[in-house]
Ligand binder design. Structure first.
Ligand code: FAS
Ligand code: PHB
Length: 393
């Protein structure tokens, strides 16, 4: 017989969604247990997103985990669109009064793990064979193995925060979910390099040879991406070849791209994905478990934070007053924002990447769209208000 433990909310996954949810629930006096398949060392060093919307940064600060972000985060008041050999700055502060925070996802994860453990929170790392059960009843259960021992977690609710390849979404019976997907004919080859960022702000470049992005992680670490085939073999890309391609695609007026030691490289395929609804009985899906966006709009992590804001509020109302309305409306509330963010991420991706299937007419229309965004206050405001982040609720 497995050892049985009881909590209020069982959370599968210690990425940004699962950890932020556990943190916000704890601040409402709601107990949770987080079950994570990987080691603490692995999740704390997994390099992914780099841009926090104003709402996400404010949520971290307001909930008491923003100290290191305040010290190391880089506030950014705009981005640069580079096309046709020219630069066009989108001024977030002037257009929206807001900004974004460049702060690496793995540091958000470290900050949240530290806060949970300092508060006595329970995170089971290297949990194996996690499975979810009876979420169509009021006594859902999670089974797993810890150091080879069978365990069972009894809870009131299960939060599926286990990412795109997790176990929770596939555990929902056939016929309940509808999937929406668009797979893009390209991916991103991303690098981390010990090179001071060559620009104070992010540069999104549309070049004849393909898209590239200059981002950063700190005053001494650059994060750069270039569009590649979705199944690109990273072994075919020497450091010299990567830098040469970035030099070509990021060439701009008065711009010099500083090179340095590449410390990490990888290829990420691109898709847009949404599942409806984002809940089934007492199982709720959050973050990448429910939706994936192409990273062009810097939205993946921020969408996860939005889902957490909605569910943590709804669970708080249920425990405080038995109010079920927020839980019943969880999917509809999240999906309104999810689809607007999907649209923006699809639009940024379509506008900035080279499509081999584009006719010469479509290529001209794409360049005209960039020119319109760069030259119209209305169009650049629309980009800015989506980039800094739509309201969570
Ligand atoms: P996560 O995937 O971060 O976390 C899920 C967690 O669940 C993981 O720790 C996983 O180990 C765990 N898990 C999975 N299955 C489990 C099981 N069966 N049992 C227990 N635990 C399980 N977004 C951006 O905005 N900008 C970017 O540049 C960017 N780059 C990315 C690069 C890559 C390679 C990937 C995969 C994603 C990238 N994203 C980016 C998106 C990414 O940041 C996600 O949106 C973000 O991690 C979402 O957080 P979570 O929903 O918590 O999912
Ligand atoms: C990053 O810094 O990793 C990053 C920034 C902006 C994006 C995507 C990725 O749109």
């Amino acid at each position: 017989m497995p050892d049985t433990e009881r909590t209020q909310v069982g959370i599968v996954g210690a990425g940004p969604a699962g950890l932020l949810l556990a943190h916000l629930l704890d601040r409402q006096g709601i107990a949770s247990v987080v079950l994570e398949a990987r080691s603490r060392e692995y999740v704390e060093n997994r390099i992914r997103a780099g841009v926090l919307e104003q709402g996400t940064a404010d949520l971290l600060t307001a909930s008491g985990v923003g100290e290191r972000m305040a010290r190391l985060g880089l506030p950014h008041e705009g981005i640069i669109l580079r096309f046709g050999g020219q630069d066009h700055r989108i001024d977030f502060r002037a257009l929206t009064g807001k900004a974004v925070m460049v702060y690496s996802q793995h540091l958000v994860v470290r900050d949240l793990i530290a806060a949970r453990l300092a508060a006595g929170g329970r995170i089971v790392f290297e949990a194996e064979r996690v499975s979810v059960h009876d979420f169509d009843t009021d006594r859902p259960r999670i089974r797993y193995q810890e150091n080879g021992a069978e365990r069972e977690l009894e809870c009131d609710f299960i939060a599926g925060c286990d990412g795109f390849h997790g176990v929770c979404r596939p555990s929902i019976p056939p016929g309940v979910l509808t999937e929406f997907e668009r797979v893009y004919p390209f991916g991103w080859l991303g690098i981390l390099a010990d090179a001071p960022p060559s620009s104070h702000e992010l540069i999104y470049a549309n070049h004849e040879r393909g898209f590239s992005l200059l981002s950063m992680r700190s005053p001494t670490v650059s994060r750069l991406y270039l569009q590649c085939a979705p199944d690109e073999d990273i072994e075919a890309w020497s450091d010299a070849r990567i830098w040469a391609e970035l030099q070509t695609r990021l060439a701009g007026p008065g711009f010099t791209l500083r090179e340095g030691k590449i410390t990490q490289k990888g290829v990420t395929p691109m898709r847009s994905f949404v599942v409806e609804p984002m809940q089934c009985g007492r199982l709720f899906l959050l973050g990448d478990a429910a939706h994936i966006v192409p990273p062009t709009g810097a939205k993946g992590l921020n969408l996860a934070a939005g889902d957490v804001a909605v569910l943590s509020r709804a669970l708080g109302a249920w425990y405080a007053a038995g109010d079920e309305s927020g839980l019943a409306a969880y999917s509809a509330t999240c999906l309104r924002r999810v689809w607007k963010v999907q649209r923006f991420s699809w639009w940024m991706t379509s506008m900035l990447h080279r499509f081999e299937t584009h006719s010469p007419f479509e290529r001209r229309v794409q360049l005209a769209e960039l020119d319109y965004v760069a030259s119209s206050v209305a169009a650049s405001t629309a980009l800015a208000e989506n980039y800094i982040g739509l309201p969570f609720i």
